[in-house]
Ligand binder design. Structure first.
Ligand code: 1CP
Length: 344
């Protein structure tokens, strides 16, 4: 039994006494306690692959920030690794795949991962976290959308353009689909296993949605996200496709419950397009660089735009590591103080 189930009730579309709030990337470098723990370790992967440590940093923001949900500390790139493509996390630079996907043979070599066998450390981290949370708040599980995972597997690292990955969609669409099918099968099994391990809601991150033209988005991304949503009927699913403003009406037809908005989207324009779906978002992460009074004003303006119900307050993307945690607290406290007033 959950003591605070605001997030789940809002996700299901039920009316709540106030708007729930959490932040994408809430576990991480904004917190001094995260940096202290991280400094004692060999690297990011040790943290991700040691369930007790992953659980500890998952719970840090619940203690420090009093958010309404925890998100399991992991990364979307554990999925390509489970399929057979190892990643490194280079300090201050980001992920790097020493080998990438180029040919049909490379795609054939990739396995549809077995969650217990290849991602057991994440499932164990979820179990440890659930025990330690003891029902304080819901736990969010997550995975990358197949297109975003393909982008890293083909490109090998972060990129502004992901032009190698996008080239594959034009030059070898069948090869891209073969890989996307394997990623989708892995992701469905993985998210189901996360739910079995204790995740109360899951989020699909399509971080690189916005670099595709709409026709390619339908052909190579959204149809696979729809498959994932249909395969997870037991908990609410949130779809966050950064930059894909054109896809919102399509998502409204998906068997998902919540649609994440980035800060480029106007909630007042989106609301009439999405029926009874819940919306999540969407304060500009840079708004947290303002003074506390500015953060308060930006947050109340955002809450006014979404209205009282079917909203989960969040940023429009992950919180930036150099954000002052005091301003993050102002954001959270403003949601808690102001959103009940919206209920009149
Ligand atoms: O030690 C460190 O602080 C390294 C930075 C870091 C962290 C804290 C990385 C490297 N990943 C994470 C954790 C992480 N990644 C979480 C934790 C839970 C939380 O939200 O609190 C989550 C949900 C992710 C998901 C993730 N990883 C995404 C999707 C969300 C998004 O931000 O769009 C993506 C694209 C990644 C890849 C990745 N991992 C790390 C970096 C620096 C990147 C981006 C690289 C790039 O620029 O392409």
């Amino acid at each position: 039994m959950l003591k605070n189930d605001l997030l789940l009730r809002a996700a299901r579309g039920e009316e709540t006494e106030r708007t729930p709030v959490w932040l994408m990337r809430q576990a991480g470098r904004i917190l001094p306690e995260y940096r202290a723990l991280r400094a004692r370790l060999s690297g990011f992967k040790e943290l991700v692959e040691t369930p007790e440590l992953a659980a500890e940093v998952t719970i840090q923001p619940v203690d420090a920030l009093d958010v309404d949900a925890a998100i399991i500390f992991s990364d979307i790139l554990v999925v390509p690794e489970a399929m057979g493509l190892t990643y490194e996390m280079v300090e201050a630079r980001g992920p790097l795949f020493p080998e990438t996907i180029k040919t049909a043979h490379d795609v054939e070599r990739m396995r549809i991962a077995d969650p217990e066998e290849h991602l057991g450390y994440v499932l164990e981290a979820i179990r440890v976290t659930k025990r330690a949370l003891n029902g304080r708040v819901p736990l969010i599980g997550f995975a990358g959308a197949p297109w975003t995972i393909l982008a890293y597997m083909v490109e090998g690292h972060g990129s502004k353009t992901f032009s190698k990955a996008r080239r594959m969609l034009y030059q070898e669409p069948e090869l891209a689909h073969a890989l996307l099918r394997k990623i989708t099968a892995t992701t469905i099994a993985y998210l189901k296993a996360q739910v079995e391990a204790g995740a109360n809601i899951v989020q699909v991150f399509d971080s690189w949605a916005g670099i595709l033209p709409p026709a390619h988005y339908q052909e190579f991304s959204s149809r696979y996200i729809a498959e994932i949503c249909a395969a997870i009927p037991s908990v609410p699913v949130t779809v966050f496709a950064k930059g894909a403003f054109w896809a919102v009406e399509e998502f409204a037809q998906f068997p998902c419950r919540t649609i994440g908005l980035d800060w480029n989207q106007d909630p007042r324009a989106v609301r009439p397009l999405v029926g009874d779906k819940t919306l999540q978002g969407n304060l500009d992460p840079c708004a947290l660089y303002g003074t506390p009074a500015q953060v308060r004003a930006a947050t109340t303006a955002m809450l006014d735009q979404f209205g009282p119900h079917r909203h989960i307050a969040n940023l429009g993307h992950g919180v930036y590591p150099d954000t002052n945690p005091d301003n993050v607290k102002v954001f959270i406290e403003t949601v808690k103080e102001y959103s009940p007033k919206l209920r009149g």
